[in-house]
Design a protein around this ligand. Structure first.
Ligand code: DC
Length: 224
């Protein structure tokens, strides 16, 4: 029974550190990791390859059903295969993120991805990272965390990440994009970004990765 497999959900807005924290926590626990945003990004990338119009909900829903998404955990870094092609780097681009955010507002797309996300719940446990992990996908999770950070700090983190990769961006542009994405994710009618009532909120502004990881791990009962 999958429902007996322990789940820790980590939700929050873009740039709150969810991905880094969730991966680190999953590694420490020896649990599986679900990057649910990667599924929405994968559909966004596939829609781009097919040259679909982001306003054509019907085409995007068909694209969601037709897109195969695979995760390859064998190397140092998690690789994401979209329709059999390694799309890991393309998935992280701002274009893919913006497409994912638009696609994620379509109820039929979210419904189509539900079971794919729940399928990650396998022994010994799962750390699920996203926007609606604790509210919609795993409402019965044993532990729920909601990470936040100021928009300025999130833009600054993203700026440093992109700078490191040699991508040229401006802080102003990034801050605008983050605020626009927050508003879209929080205001959509289906599964808007909001903390589950039973989630523990952690504000990561000014906190290092290790400090946040320890706070999250401290929520779980001592492991023998
Ligand atoms: O976490 P991320 O930046 O990779 O997510 C990309 C987009 O996908 C984000 O703008 C909102 C959407 N998303 C979602 O709606 N629900 C999730 N569980 C994960 C992501």
């Amino acid at each position: 029974m999958t429902a007996t497999v322990p789940v820790l959900t980590i939700d929050g807005p873009s740039g709150s550190g969810k991905g880094t924290i969730s991966r680190a926590v999953a590694q420490r626990l020896g649990w599986h990791y679900l990057d649910s945003g990667a599924l929405y990004r994968a559909v966004g990338v596939a829609a781009g390859w097919a040259d679909l119009d982001l306003d054509d909900a019907g085409a995007l829903v068909r694209c969601t059903f037709d897109t195969t998404i695979g995760f390859d955990e064998s190397g140092d870094e998690l690789r994401v295969l979209v329709n059999g092609h390694d799309a890991t780097d393309e998935l992280r681009t701002e274009t893919a993120g913006a497409a994912a955010s638009a696609i994620a507002a379509i109820p039929e797309v979210r419904a189509a991805l539900k079971d794919r996300q729940r399928a990650f719940r396998v022994e010994p446990g799962l750390v699920a990272d996203g926007r609606d992990m604790g509210t919609v996908i795993f409402p019965d999770a044993g532990w729920k965390v909601f990470l936040t950070a100021s928009a300025e700090e999130r833009a600054d983190r993203r700026y440093k990440q992109l700078k490191n990769k040699g991508v040229s961006v401006t802080m102003d542009g990034l801050l605008r994009e983050i605020l626009a994405r927050d508003a879209r994710d929080a205001n959509r009618s289906v599964a808007p970004l909001r903390p589950a009532e039973d989630a523990v909120r952690i504000d990561t502004t000014g906190l290092g990765i290790d400090a946040v990881v320890e706070r999250v791990l401290a929520l779980l009962p001592a492991r023998g």
